[in-house]
Design a binder for this molecule. Structure first.
Ligand code: GLC
Length: 543
């Protein structure tokens, strides 16, 4: 069986990673140039967000051709070189497959609008109801989820932007076309795939209004999704071939994720879920903010750790990605205790059961952007909600306060390579750098011995060295402690205890540590102590 349990994945958002040709946009050659840096960190896979041909309305998640590279990122040769150079360094590539929808610029959609019935059936077109959209479903980026097409006198479904038309997975030709895409990239040497919002692909038989919500309950974890995933993996050559897969699951459930990631089901290696990243959503609404609920955060992690373990499922472990504000700014202190906090957050998830993902910049403790001028924001969702929030009565200042907490652009700013203009590009970057690049940057990190970067190296080493990290059972500790997030891992005779202080106040560890030795600490301490300083993390192993 494919054994990936000691592997770690690094996520790159190419547009903001490294600009090799100085046009202000990060590119594929830029990724290749920085492979030695990634190798030094010690990861096994690079997941890159999409760089396929695309009008870039959603930064590449609106794919116009799965077989060609968007010229703003480079060429097919650049991609081949990236795969080859990464392979030389023992790093595999994981590509991002956006299969719930295509761009409306995709050949298939253009043919559909031009009157081709065959391609029309690649999408979800429905008649108007009472002269209006077929249902009241809300798009994830705001507004109704249907767009009128005068060509057909019908509406097409777009769960995301109007330029991202949902594919009709009921159609076997669609499923075959998508499996062919995966096959093509496997033949090029790609060893992993991330499937974008893949639990939304199975739509209901009938489309009806949702009077209780925004429609998601009708298409989330739909009834044929398991069948479709099995087919996709089998037909594309994923099944049985040591290819790492992760599904991005939107508003999913534990029970469903356990099935998607149970190896016996031959669907996916693991799943991303987002429940733990909603603990600061007021009334469960993304665009309403509140201080985060620490107990809820712990409960959710614990529930998913235990629940997946019991059911033979596997979690993708992450705090950050290109859609989330930086966890460091969100849950900890990103100024006085920036470095301590970054390390503590890293330890907290890297020592759990599952596969850790590191999002570019996390390994050097990058922070939220916090822009307060709308033209500094580039994301379609941020622009839509800046308007929607003000239409719903918020002042401009309040709308900025919310964007500062929620905008996806918080984590999309350029990678901070050095203190000299940031080192990402010598042109104008497509999105502003964060001012703290003078202090927070790769060059500084690589110089210092107790950097966030070296702590992450250590975390990755621990996963490779200790089976208790990669395979051990998870047990909840100090469940209701108001300040400490703690857990126990065990494997054979190995036992490991992990304690994380999520707050600034120093706190005693209420546990007898006799017979244990500390093997990881984000503070340089010469004497043993049984307390945790601000944002301190300590890991003990049984002797
Ligand atoms: C996923 C991607 C996100 C994108 C959306 C639509 O959530 O991570 O960036 O906007 O899917 O494709």
């Amino acid at each position: 069986m494919f054994d990936f349990k000691n592997k770690v994945v690094y996520q790159i958002y190419p547009k903001s990673f490294y600009d090799s040709n100085n046009d202000g946009l990060g590119d594929i050659k830029g990724m290749t140039e920085k492979l030695d840096y990634i190798k030094e960190l010690g990861v096994d896979y690079i997941w890159s967000t999409p760089f396929f041909k695309s009008p870039q309305n959603d930064n590449g998640y609106d794919v116009a051709d799965y077989y060609s590279i968007d010229p703003s990122y480079g060429t097919m040769e650049d991609v081949e070189e990236l795969i080859e150079e990464a392979d030389k360094r023992g790093i595999a590539l994981m590509f991002d497959m956006v299969f719930n929808h295509t761009s409306t610029e995709h050949e298939w959609f253009k043919k559909a609008l031009a009157g081709d019935e065959y391609y029309k059936d690649f999408y979800i077109f429905k008649d108007p109801v009472d002269g209006k959209a077929p249902t009241n479903w809300v798009s994830k980026f705001g507004g109704n989820a249907w767009e009128y097409s005068k060509e057909w006198g019908q509406y097409y479904l777009h769960l995301f932007d109007v330029t991202q038309a949902d594919l009709n997975w009921e159609n076997p030709n669609v499923r075959k076309a998508l499996a062919d895409v995966v096959k093509f990239w496997i033949d090029k040497g790609v060893k992993g795939f991330r499937f974008d919002v893949v639990n939304l692909i199975s739509k209901p038989d009938t489309f009806e209004n949702d009077y209780e919500g925004d429609g998601r309950r009708f298409y989330t974890d739909g009834k044929k999704v398991n069948q479709y995933l099995k087919e996709l993996c089998k037909e594309s050559g994923i099944t049985g071939n040591d290819i790492l897969t992760v599904g991005e699951m939107s508003s999913t459930t534990l029970e469903n994720c356990a099935i998607y990631s149970d190896p016996r089901e031959e669907e996916l290696s693991m799943c991303f879920n987002f429940h733990h990243l909603k603990v600061d959503y007021k009334n469960n609404q993304k665009w309403e903010v509140m201080p985060y609920d620490f107990q809820m955060l712990k409960d959710l992690y614990n529930e998913w750790q235990l629940g997946m373990q019991e059911r033979n499922g596997w979690n993708a472990l992450f705090w950050n990605n290109h859609d989330q504000p930086r966890a460091l700014s969100r849950f900890c202190n990103d100024t006085t205790y920036r470095s301590e906090s970054a390390k503590m957050l890293g330890a907290c998830i890297h020592l759990m059961q599952g596969t850790p993902y590191i999002y570019q910049g996390e390994e050097i403790g990058m922070t939220n952007a916090g822009f307060r001028q709308i033209d500094k924001y580039k994301d379609v969702e941020s622009h839509n909600y800046f308007k929607i929030l003000q239409e719903s009565g918020k002042t401009e200042e309040e709308a900025y306060d919310i964007l500062n907490e929620r905008s996806r652009d918080n984590a999309r700013t350029p990678m901070q390579w050095n203190g000299n203009e940031g080192g990402f590009t010598s042109a104008n970057p497509w999105i502003d750098m964060i001012d703290n690049y003078k202090e927070v940057n790769v060059e500084n990190e690589l110089k210092s011995e107790d950097s966030v970067f070296s702590f992450y190296q250590e975390l990755i080493k621990l996963r490779k060295e200790y089976k208790v990290v990669s395979e051990g059972l998870y047990e909840v500790m100090l469940e209701k402690h108001p300040q400490i997030f703690a857990y126990k891992r065990s494997y054979d005779t190995q036992e490991m205890l992990v304690f994380n202080n999520f707050f600034e106040k120093t706190v005693e560890i209420p546990y007898n540590l006799e017979g244990y030795k500390c093997i990881l600490n984000n503070y340089n301490e010469t004497t043993e102590s049984s307390s945790l300083k601000p944002f301190q993390t300590k890991t003990y192993i049984k002797i």
